[in-house]
Design a protein around this ligand. Structure first.
Ligand code: GLU
Length: 492
């Protein structure tokens, strides 16, 4: 969905490493990039950063892609939408990184390093002992090119290190303002590993240059990589993009959101019965706000109102209750046939249904689900709310007796109801009519409505809370109602 106006100069990307499933934090990064692109009429790119070969998996990549599709975050260029700057998987772009690394080597902005891991470890330990922050000594920087070439010809394992120019670097971040770093503390970092695969800091910059990325919108955890990346841009003679580091997502205890706080993957939320639109709405507000009281946004609203200026610096607290509340709102706005379709797998999982419903069963099911549409906050709650329509409820004496009532009056009310219900015409077995009929019955028999309606409802459902007695009666039908009233009488 591109905006009316379009700006060819705005190009943003979501660049996940497929080392795990799509989680709330990465989905929000994707969303902010998507919204910024759609708001400005720019281009939204999906780039898979799979250079960490030990940890990257195709399952994670698929999960991320499926999750984005489910959330409706469609991209303009990406692995399955090759554009003019493809490929969009880093492992398919190794030749490009090699070319860039070569350029830096030729210009003495990078060098081959032959230090063995054990040597580096010793160096590290010694520095730690002296209380210095560990960093590479720069030993191999002084090797002549001839010497390096000879070692390479002998197949000596080596990496490529980037030459850090010691200086003050100011990251001019669109969200955080100016953040200053001292690069003399960094040490020459490894930009290409011994297997020839680049590390993220380097390949990420090369791709952002090649793909003409204008804005890098990513998590604040990457802020510390930014000064190194700025040095790489400078060394390559390229202008860095604008950076916008978005605040961390925090748990209710204000520490970084993690599994410890509960589910974090988009799949988990999907399985629990959260709707994609509700999640998009919810995560849009994790760090961004429109400057008004509005809390419910259609996708169009979000696209229209989103701006980087309104992203906050401080951490964004993840409030599950708010997500549930939003989800409840979205559930209420679903058409009943859509909601029913979403509920069916949960009912099957709870063994309340086995086969796909027939047309007649579907009509009944829609009526049942309509009763609960405004009472559930997640789709997965549905089974626990409507199970009594599919199996006999367990009836506990305690539940049958209303708060101020007792067993004796409850039994009397149910006995009278069991007799009375038989006299009701089948044609009158409809919620509205039943309501009038039962209120009249209470009046004529000197029952307070609660003395009759509470135990009836409890007899039908076995629950302390549920939809109203008349709506339930209409769906259960006379015979089932009589049967359940009699069962309830037997436990009193
Ligand atoms: N692959 C990096 C990550 O998943 C991307 C960081 C960036 O957006 O620049 O964190």
């Amino acid at each position: 969905m591109k905006n009316r106006h379009s700006d060819p100069n705005i190009r943003v990307r979501f660049a996940p490493s497929p080392t795990g499933v799509l989680h709330i934090g990465s989905a929000r990064t994707a969303l902010f990039n998507y919204l910024f692109a759609r708001h400005t009429g720019g281009t939204f790119i999906l780039r898979i950063e799979d250079t960490d070969r030990g940890r990257s998996t195709i399952e994670s990549e698929n999960n991320i892609i499926e999750g984005m599709k489910w959330l409706g975050l469609d991209w303009d260029e990406g692995p399955d939408a090759e554009g003019p700057f493809g490929h969009y998987r880093q492992m398919e772009r190794l030749g490009i990184y090699k070319k860039y690394a070569q350029k830096l080597l030729v210009e003495n902005k990078a060098y081959h390093c032959f230090c063995k891991p054990e040597e580096l470890e010793k160096e590290r330990e010694a520095q730690m002992k002296e209380g210095i922050a560990p960093r590479y000594s720069g030993k191999c920087k002084n090797k002549s090119k001839d010497e390096a070439e000879k070692l390479i010809a002998l197949n000596t394992p080596h990496v490529i290190r980037f030459v850090i120019e010691p200086k003050k670097i100011i990251v001019n971040d669109l969200i955080r303002g100016n953040v200053e770093f001292d690069s003399s503390l960094f040490g020459d970092f490894v930009m290409v590993k011994s297997d020839g695969v680049p590390i993220f800091i380097f390949s990420n910059v090369v791709d952002d240059i090649e793909m003409k990325i204008s804005h890098v919108i990513r998590g604040e955890d990457h802020l510390s990589n930014t000064p190194k990346q700025i040095l790489v841009y400078e060394a390559l003679g390229a202008v860095p993009p604008q950076f916008a580091h978005i605040p961390m997502i925090l748990g209710p205890d204000k520490s970084k959101l993690s599994k410890r706080h509960g589910a974090t993957s988009i799949d988990d939320y999907k399985n629990q019965g959260f709707l994609a639109d509700a999640i998009v709405n919810f995560i849009s507000l994790l760090g961004w706000n429109p400057g008004t009281d509005q809390e419910i946004f259609t996708r169009e609203d979000l696209i229209k109102q989103f701006s980087l200026e309104r992203i906050q610096k401080s951490g964004a607290v993840f409030n599950i209750e708010k997500l549930k509340w939003l989800n409840g709102n979205y559930i209420r706005n679903l058409k009943i046939d859509k909601l029913t379709e979403l509920c069916i797998p949960y009912l099957q999982e709870a063994s309340l249904m086995v086969l796909a419903p027939s047309e007649k069963e579907l009509a009944r099911l829609e009526k049942i689900i309509l009763l609960e549409q405004s009472r559930i906050q997640t789709i997965s709650e549905i089974s626990g709310h409507i199970d009594y329509f599919f199996k006999e409820p367990q009836i506990d004496q305690k539940i049958l007796i209303p708060k101020k009532g007792n067993a004796e009056t409850t039994k009397k009310a149910l006995d009278a109801s069991a007799v009375f219900i038989m006299t009701i015409d089948n044609a009158d077995f409809e919620a509205n009519k039943l309501k009038d009929i039962w209120y009249k019955f209470c009046e004529q028999n000197n029952f307070k409505p609660i003395e009759v309606l509470w135990p009836l409802r409890a007899a039908f459902t076995g629950k302390e809370a549920s939809a109203g007695a008349f709506e339930i009666m209409e769906i259960l039908g006379k015979e089932k109602c009589v049967e359940r009233i009699n069962r309830a009488i037997s436990v009193l």
